[in-house]
Design a protein around this ligand. Structure first.
Ligand code: AMP
Length: 610
């Protein structure tokens, strides 16, 4: 049995955990100093690369070469992260669909930075077990799309880790509490960290987790609590000492650290005293838990609407929620716990350390995969439908939204133009009928197809989503036996809110979309008939009378005119009329063809005699 560790690769902190064989319980692996959390910070200094605590200490001194919150950039394009950039002191610029971080005269990609964090955790685990560790389960937010998951896997590969499974963070947190043992139930996972908030509603049935809905705010967390406290302290210092420290970077840093420390103490105590020695004076202040609650009440309140929206999206009422799980350091704040309890009407699980619960769950999943626990299936679902753009821009869905993964699907396609040797494949993601309204995931070419009349090549497209939610697309032309090796490069960048928006839009535009689809299908059918008739006239135009030819030409012209309109019924009517006008032509052409091979029997006779 090869060892697999569980890793929580967090925005602020990362952890590695494993299941202790003796106790059967998951536990976090500490570093040499006994610390479980590794700050997800990497500093590029002239003397080398630092990671974790030493890197964090560089944040104030060397903000431009110290990278943090890189998880926000993973697998995303420049357009998607533009709004993030104002929060980040280091330079980020676009590069071939993804982003790169400029560090002095070198550039690094987000997966490369994450890989440094992962490698540090790998080394920590290796020191703990005194043996190489090469496999890991890594967690990601439930709303991560394929590109973001792929980027996470890439980070593992760069760090020398085989990421055997990507698991959704709320699923991992539920696993840590053993909720996979529920026969059937609904779990709400409320995750409030330092800088991000998300809530997920999961259904668990016979050990299978399904993410029903997610919501949140990618810029809300304990750091905002600290900021609210700092603003209050600034006012107080101005009143009591007559100085405003808001523009003094060093003093602000002191205030921020003191505010966070006081906030943390107030999670366990009703009152605390804050003491900050500045150059000119020492500031003392008594603070009550109630003071901080007043300052952060609005922020905590703003997490409740996303909880209600997630429930509504899942089609559930609070009373349907059987279990509530708390994740993230900020859920230690008593006010947060009270509010979460109110919104879901349940006492949340809080026995496990909320900073560690995701890593512990990743360890449980790793243990299951390594064969330590059997008879358990752990699956997630695809958040959005996946399909291929077909003629006229219509989407042909191969894997519908909410399909349990891993899964695969196969569908046959063909060409629309005679002699086509290259087929463009466009993989899209979304719930709309037309590709232009969906998210473009990847484009690739199947080349080397033998030239054939339109409709003859048989192109088999296969979609495969592995257990990590990563999509592989392959295309094969069956008639010539030609197989083209195709590499799908995901087009990076789906903003976090997009999934929810895309699903909502599909409802809003359902009727108009179906209309548009039917119109395109009518036009496609008209095009096919027009192409066939043109070909038939070229080959057998001489077999019909001038009068008949005139009738066909008139029907052709009418269909062309109808096709230019948006009137679907008219296009159908004129397509049928042209088909009828060419029935006799088709028959005489078939006769002529058969005569060549079968003597003088008419086609109708041959069919009847069979
Ligand atoms: P995470 O991103 O999950 O590591 O959470 C980090 C956030 O949790 C930071 O904002 C911390 O200040 C906050 N935090 C950690 N411990 C506590 C505590 N005991 N009470 C309140 N906030 C806490």
């Amino acid at each position: 049995m090869s060892r697999i560790v569980g890793i929580d690769l967090g925005t602020t902190n990362s952890l590695v955990a494993y299941v202790d064989e003796k106790t059967g319980l998951p536990r976090v692996i500490p570093d040499r100093d006994g610390r479980a959390l590794l700050p997800s910070v990497v500093a590029f200094t002239p003397d080398g690369v630092l990671v974790g605590e030493p890197a964090k200490r560089q944040l104030v001194r060397r903000p431009e070469t110290t990278v943090y919150s890189v998880k926000r950039l993973m697998g995303r394009g420049y357009e998607d992260v533009k709004d993030e950039l104002c929060y980040l002191p280091f330079k980020v610029h676009p590069c071939e669909g993804i982003v790169k971080i400029e560090i002095g005269d070198r550039e690094v990609t987000p997966p490369e930075v994450s890989a440094i964090v992962l490698r540090s955790l790998k080394e920590r685990a290796e020191a703990w077990f005194d043996e190489p560790v090469e496999k890991a389960v890594v967690t990601v937010p439930a709303y991560f799309n394929d590109s973001q998951r792929q980027a996470t896997k890439d980070a593992g590969r760069i760090a020398g880790l085989d990421v055997v499974r990507i698991v959704n963070e709320p699923t991992a947190a539920s696993l840590a509490y053993g909720l996979h043992r529920l026969k059937d139930g609904v779990v709400a996972v409320y995750d409030l960290g330092g800088g991000t908030f998300d809530v997920s509603i999961l259904r668990v049935k016979d050990g299978v987790f399904e993410v029903l809905a997610t919501n949140g705010n990618t810029h809300l967390g304990g750091d905002d609590f600290d900021r609210a406290i700092v603003l209050w302290l600034l006012d107080d210092i101005r009143e009591t000492h007559g100085v405003y420290l808001g523009r003094d970077n060093e003093a602000m840093q002191e205030l921020r650290l003191a505010a966070e420390a006081a906030k943390i103490r107030l999670s366990g105590e009703e009152r605390t005293t804050l003491t900050i020695p500045f150059d000119a004076f020492t500031y003392h202040r008594d603070i009550a838990r109630a003071d901080v609650e007043r300052l952060i009440d609005r922020l905590v309140e703003s997490t409740l609407a996303p909880c209600r929206v997630a429930l509504a999206d899942a089609g559930l009422a609070p009373s349907d929620v059987g279990e509530v799980v708390l994740v993230g350091g900020s859920t230690r704040v008593p006010l947060v716990r009270r509010r979460v309890q109110e919104v879901f009407g349940r006492t949340p699980h809080s026995q496990l350390n909320p900073d560690e619960v995701v890593a512990l769950g990743a360890a449980v999943q790793a243990h299951i995969l390594a064969g330590g626990i059997t008879n358990l299936l752990l699956l997630d679902v695809t958040p959005l439908s996946l399909g291929i753009e077909t003629l006229g821009g219509i989407v042909s869905v191969l894997i519908p939204r909410n399909t349990t993964i891993p899964t695969s699907a196969r569908e046959m396609f063909t060409t629309s133009v005679d002699g086509q040797t290259v087929v463009d494949l466009h993989v899209v993601q979304g719930e709309r009928e037309l590709a232009r309204d969906c998210r473009s995931l990847a484009r690739f070419e199947l080349s080397g197809v033998d030239p054939m009349p339109a409709g003859l090549p048989k192109i088999e497209v296969t979609f495969l989503i592995d257990a990590n939610g990563i999509l592989q697309v392959a295309a094969r032309e069956l008639r010539t036996g030609k197989t083209a090796a195709i590499e799908v490069k995901p087009t990076y960048g789906l903003s976090d809110a997009d999934v929810a928006r895309m699903v909502e839009e599909s409802f809003a535009y359902a009727e108009a979309d179906v209309e548009a689809r039917l119109l395109i299908e009518a036009r496609n059918e008209a095009d096919t008939v027009l192409t066939h008739v043109a070909r038939a006239l070229r080959q057998g135009g001489g077999l019909v009378t001038a009068e008949e030819r005139e009738r066909i030409d008139a029907a052709l012209a009418e269909l062309r005119r109808a096709r230019a309109t948006d009137v679907r019924d008219l296009i159908h009517e004129k397509t049928t009329a042209l088909n009828r006008a060419t029935e006799h032509l088709a028959e005489v052409m078939m006769d002529a063809a058969l005569k060549g091979a079968l003597g003088s029997k008419r086609a109708a006779e041959i069919i009847e005699s069979q």
